[in-house]
Ligand binder design. Structure first.
Ligand code: KG4
Ligand code: ZN
Length: 332
């Protein structure tokens, strides 16, 4: 039996999870509300709140899993990519916990973990394509094995999550705006307003032009009608969401055709978006894809995905030493 403690602290969620033989028994996530009024994560504040939350989150994960601290066989933690000050808190905690309890230490790449979250329940066969869409990344990944992954397309500027969050900021909504845009979009007309689809080669993405076109559109409309945003919130959100989703799905279709792969997954915070989930299911029905959509609790940042990634590394005895340091930028 392998009992893994997973620790995630790469951005603004402090999370701890217990995984036994690939099954997640607890996944505690402490969100940070301090960033709401800043339009984005304030790194300095994030590190401090991680310091406050990390010990209670781990204690809760252990007690919810109904195990004892001494039952743990290894500690897996997010080494990167992420905010350095945030990563330092989780990394230091994991190192200290491993040292004090004489346990092996397992480093996990956050972006790989988003993808490996699919092995918590569905377990797709290899190879498959994964669209990983978060607040910091937008990637199409060819997943050949648990730790053999190739990025075949990525954003050249903003991430998809940033497109949602920056749109929310333009509309005067708090951070993170993605879930709010999703909520308003449910009541709106996705074809009310038209935003451009960028023409980017191969499987890469660009979202900064879209953000600028939304900014100018809203600015011009508000000049003519100061109540434009309030009166059209649902339609604006539905139209923006529709465009972001079609950009993502069109590239995914292109990649699936080129690589002749019809097993397709989505991962990362934006995979919680209902427009993307519905769009993927519709595309699957149309093209005969087998699709994998994570449970909501494993879409946004969580330690369950770190624990499951740690479990597969534990099986290979892929451990790191106490000299390991976090990495703000980390490839796989
Ligand atoms: O994976 P994640 O929790 O953190 C990063 O690694 O970045 O992703 C956070 C991002 C944010 O940009 C947030 O607005 C977006 O995921 N997000 C959503 C939804 N839920 C979270 N975007 C659109 N619709 C949602 N329902
Ligand atoms: Zn993430």
């Amino acid at each position: 039996m392998a009992v893994i403690l997973g620790i995630e602290s790469s951005c603004d969620d402090t999370s701890a999870s217990i995984c036994i033989d690939g099954k997640i028994l607890s996944n505690i996530i402490a969100n940070q509300l301090v960033h709401q009024n800043y339009g984005g994560v304030v790194p300095e504040l994030a590190s401090r709140v991680h310091q406050q939350n990390i010990v209670p989150a781990v204690q809760e994960a252990i007690s919810k899993a109904k195990i004892h601290k001494n039952d743990i066989d290894a500690v897996a933690f997010t080494r990167g990519p992420g905010l350095l000050g945030s990563l330092l808190v989780g990394t230091s905690f994991a190192k200290a916990f491993a040292l004090a309890n004489k346990l092996p230490l397992i480093e996990v790449n956050h972006m790989q973990a988003h993808i490996l979250a699919h092995f918590i329940d569905a377990k797709p066969a290899f190879p498959f394509l994964c669209l990983t869409v978060s607040g910091g990344h937008t990637q199409i990944v060819l997943v050949k094995d648990y730790f053999d992954m190739e990025i075949i397309g990525q954003t050249t500027d903003d991430a998809a999550g940033e497109a949602f969050d920056k749109t929310a900021k333009i509309l005067g909504l708090p951070y993170p705006g993605g879930p709010l845009i999703d909520k308003f979009a449910k009541e709106g007309n996705p074809n009310a307003f038209k935003f451009p689809e960028p023409q980017i080669p191969a499987f890469d993405f660009s979202f900064s032009g879209l953000k600028t076109s939304i900014l100018y559109f809203v600015r011009d409309q508000v000049k003519a009608d100061p109540d434009f945003i309030g009166n059209n919130m649902n339609d604006i959100c539905a139209s923006v969401q529709n465009r972001i989703v079609t950009i993502l799905l069109n590239k995914l279709k292109k990649a699936a055709a080129e690589y002749k792969i019809n097993r397709v997954a989505i991962a990362g915070g934006v995979s919680a978006n209902s427009g993307l989930r519905d769009g993927l299911n519709n595309t699957a029905a149309e093209l005969g894809w087998e699709v994998f959509i994570p449970q909501f609790q494993y879409c946004t940042d969580n330690a369950g995905m770190i624990a499951i990634a740690g479990y597969y590394k534990y099986l290979k005895k892929d451990f790191v030493g106490q000299d390991v340091t976090p990495q703000a930028r980390m490839r796989f």
